[in-house]
Structure formats: C-alpha cells, structure tokens
Design a protein around this ligand. Sequence first.
Ligand SMILES: Nc1nc2c(c(=O)[nH]1)N[C@H]1C(S)=C(S)[C@@H](COP(=O)(O)O)O[C@H]1N2
Ligand SMILES: [Mo]
Length: 386
Amino acid sequence: MPDPLDRRRFLSQSAALVPLAAGGAAAAAPAPTDEPVPPLILRQHDPVNLEMPFASLDSFVTPIEHFYVRNHFAQPTVDAATWKLKVEGEVERPLELTLDELHKLPSQTATVTLECAGNGRVFLEKAHGVQWGQGAVSTAEWTGVPLAAVLKRAGIRAGAVEVVLEGADQGAFTDEPKTPGTIHYARSVPMATVRERGVLLAYRMNGQPLPRAHGSPMRALVPGWYGMAAVKWLTRILVVTRPFLGYFQTLNYSYFERTAGLPSMKAITAIEVKSAIARPTEGEVVPAGKPYTVHGAAWSGAGRIAKVEVSTDGGHSWSAAKLVGPEQPFAWRLWEFHWDAPATAGPAVLMARATDAQGRTQPMHRDPDRRAYMVSHVLPITVTLR
Ligand SMILES: Nc1nc2c(c(=O)[nH]1)N[C@H]1C(S)=C(S)[C@@H](COP(=O)(O)O)O[C@H]1N2
Ligand SMILES: [Mo]
C-alpha cells in the first residue's frame, strides 16, 4: 500500500516517463524482461527502478516481490549455463569459474540489508536522480561464496589494494555528468573491506536462485555498505594496485568530506545510522483517543542498533521504542512503539531516531555535503487525529 505522499509524488514526477500508475505498468508491458511486479512502486521505467512499498513493511526478511530494484542500465540477460566469473589482474593464477564450480565451494548465508545511497531523495530540495521515497531499502537472506575464498584460489599478489567488481550490464549516460561512452557498471572495494566485512558472492536470495532483477546468476554483497557496491550480474573481478576511480564512485555516488576546512570528494561506503517509520504514513488519519502501534525499521552500517526513540510531539519529547524480531550484524532491526493517541482532533508530528552500537545517533538536520546521497536525517511525519 503506497502512502499518499509516495503516490502523489510518483504521479507528479513520472508523468513524462510513464503515463500510468505503478500497477498498470506490469500488466501493460508484455516484455518478459523487466518484471515490474506490483506491489512494487515504479520510480523509473527505462531502466526499470522499483521501490519497496515501505508502508507495508511487516517482516524482517523482505519477500522478493517487495525487494527494491535499482538499475543504471537495461537489465542484461545472462545465460547461467555459459556464464563464467573471471578473476584477473594482480593474481598468481587468473581464473574463469563456472557457476557449477562456484556452487561446489563452501557456502555462507547471511541476512543483509541493502539500502540505495539515494534512498529518501524525494525529501530533499530538487535533488538530482531517481526520486526514491522511503523504500529503496530491503533485507534478504543471501547465500554464496565468500569473495576472500575465491581470491585465495587465485592468489593475491603483494601490492594489491582493491578489487574492482564488474557487471554484465552496460550503457552510456548522455546527460551531465556523461559517462566516457558506453561503460559497464563497476565499483571497487578495498582488500581490507573484503576481509573485514566478509564480502559475499551471492547466487541465492531468500532460498531461491538469484532472480534476474537482483543480478543472476551472481552478485556481490558488501555487508553494511550502501547498495552501489553490491554489483549485480557479476562477470569480472579485477585485482588492482591503485585505487579505482570509476564513474560510479567519482562522478556518481560520492560526497564531500571536510578535512582542515577543505572539502574533498570521497566515494560513498558505509551506511549511516537511520530509522524510518513504516506506519503511520504521511497524511494518515489516526483515530483520536485510541491506542496506535507506530512501527518501522532501523539500520546502520556499523552493525547493531542500540536504541530507537520516538517523538509524537514534533521532537519535544522522546520515548524508547521496543526493538523486535531478529538481530543480525548487517540487517535492519524492526521496532514498534505503543502510542496512546491524544483524544483531541488535529495534526500530530511523529519522528523516530536511531542510535547504533558505536553511539552514533541519526542527525536532526540535513548535511548538504552529502549532495543527493545518504539521506539519514530525522524525517517528521504529520498525521491527522480524528
Ligand atoms: N551491475 C549492476 N550492479 C548494481 C547496480 C547496477 O545498476 N548494475 N546498481 C547498484 C545499486 S546503486 C544498488 S542500490 C543495488 C540495488 O540492488 P537491487 O536492485 O537488488 O535492490 O545494486 C547495485 N548493483
Ligand atoms: Mo543505489
């Protein structure tokens, strides 16, 4: 159930792209390629970009049909039978691994939350990019082979600093910032991150073979990092001796970090601490004088969520919400808050703010140095008591 705000924004901002509502697109488009399955919210048609209906959040693990989809280029069709994963660059033994060979290596399963660095962008003033509401975030149980195990087989040479993960999809952006012609989607991860975060090469999602929209036959997952490093339709792992400065970590997915007063561009990496309210939604009518369970999710790239606090009076006072459901190192934590809604009719402003195990608390205000990314500040929701 998309909230009224989402729907209004969706209709106003996508009119030029698709003259129909999210559900209609799936029925109208016979192409078996880009499956925009309702109840996902269509944010962009070509390439297909789909948002999780965050208001209907009701489980720790997001069903595949509700999992958001973020694509920069047309979704490629990769034939798993002939597909091979290349491992090359600064390695002793370059490899070409088939899916069968990868299936035979010891596997790991982890529940990991993916959040697009542009999630929540619709709440910023005129921010460039896909106009995500709250739902460019989802959680799945991923199964695959640790990247470290594959790299060990290839034998990393001394001097290797990063691995570049390259996808099968390709294209060109003709608007500024333009790509240098046609390029593949690619993103690098430092060697230390591969070890410390346990980067996974996943071939299963929620116990099923990885669906095409999520990168079949294999995708990377960098637990605790924003989604841009979780390269889908993986074809090549290139070990490099100098930091990779590809398009998707310089002209895209980068922000300003200030050192001694000097802003310097930095590629986006770890997820900021954040909580989001699923219900009530913006503009929802809440029965006055009745109990209401406010609920949502909270997550952080630093690991555990220590607490979530809720304000029902516009930020004047805060009370602890109850953390519920499973707790996993790199997955969101669900929470709920029992609210005795006041008997007086009128507006009420709700907010949630999370604190992680490192003691970082969600900011109240937007930091413009983050450009159009990492939207993690507290977002007030106004409901009507009636
Ligand atoms: N090959 C490839 N991998 C990609 C992308 C892409 O466009 N192409 N998008 C990235 C971004 S920005 C995000 S947020 C996640 C989204 O993963 P999902 O579509 O499975 O939700 O995939 C990442 N991996
Ligand atoms: Mo993303």
